[in-house]
Design a binder for this molecule. Structure first.
Ligand SMILES: [Zn+2]
Length: 190
């Protein structure tokens, strides 16, 4: 059984921009590439879980999001030879009523965080030991997702810094940035 560090994308790996829908808008968080390299070098899988309502809102297509993720991977590799083992995307959004919406993706799904569909899929694909794994993110949605899946959770002081306040939930640990979070994980693993 493998251990995994699950990461949120926007506000965790790349700088938070509202409804990011162009690869030109990608900018790495300062410590992200070094942090992911540390995850890679210490025997943990590194898997991204990202809600991308921009697809349901018709601000971009699913293929555009795949391309943004590829660009992000290129940036991480170029910066520090860091790599992501996989990226899981939820393209759905449950609330109808936006003028530009894409009906196909306007559904209640099992993958949109804080639901754990993406984690279950990853667990099956990679045989992950969830109890020894972590979820790192910048919102209370991420923390709630981790709790729902039985993961240890770390909330960052980057991106939205937990100010979304969607859930009354406390993370297991707090960290200033992604490298700070990874150092905490490696310390706990010693
Ligand atoms: Zn979904």
């Amino acid at each position: 059984m493998k251990k995994c560090v699950f990461l949120d994308r926007d506000g965790t790996i790349n700088k938070y921009k509202e409804l990011l829908s162009k690869k030109e808008d990608l900018e790495l968080e300062e410590t992200a590439a070094a942090a992911i390299k540390r995850i890679n070098d210490n025997g943990y899988l590194c898997i991204v879980l990202t809600n991308q309502p921009v697809i349901a809102r018709n601000l971009c297509t699913f293929d555009d999001v795949l391309e943004i993720n590829e660009e992000l991977k290129r940036m991480l590799y170029k910066a520090n030879r860091a790599y992501l083992d996989d990226v899981f995307i939820c393209p759905h959004h449950p609330d109808r009523g936006y003028p530009e919406e894409n009906e196909e993706f306007k559904v209640e799904c099992e993958c949109r965080k804080p639901k754990i569909g993406m984690i279950k899929e990853a667990q099956k694909k990679y045989e992950i030991d969830l109890s020894g794994s972590y979820l790192i993110g910048d919102t209370t949605i991420d923390v709630q997702t981790g709790k729902n899946a039985g993961l240890k959770t770390i909330l960052l002081n980057t991106g939205l810094k937990g100010t979304d306040k969607k859930f009354e939930v406390r993370p297991d640990l707090y960290a200033e940035n992604l490298i700070g979070a990874v150092e905490l994980i490696l310390k706990e693993g010693e």
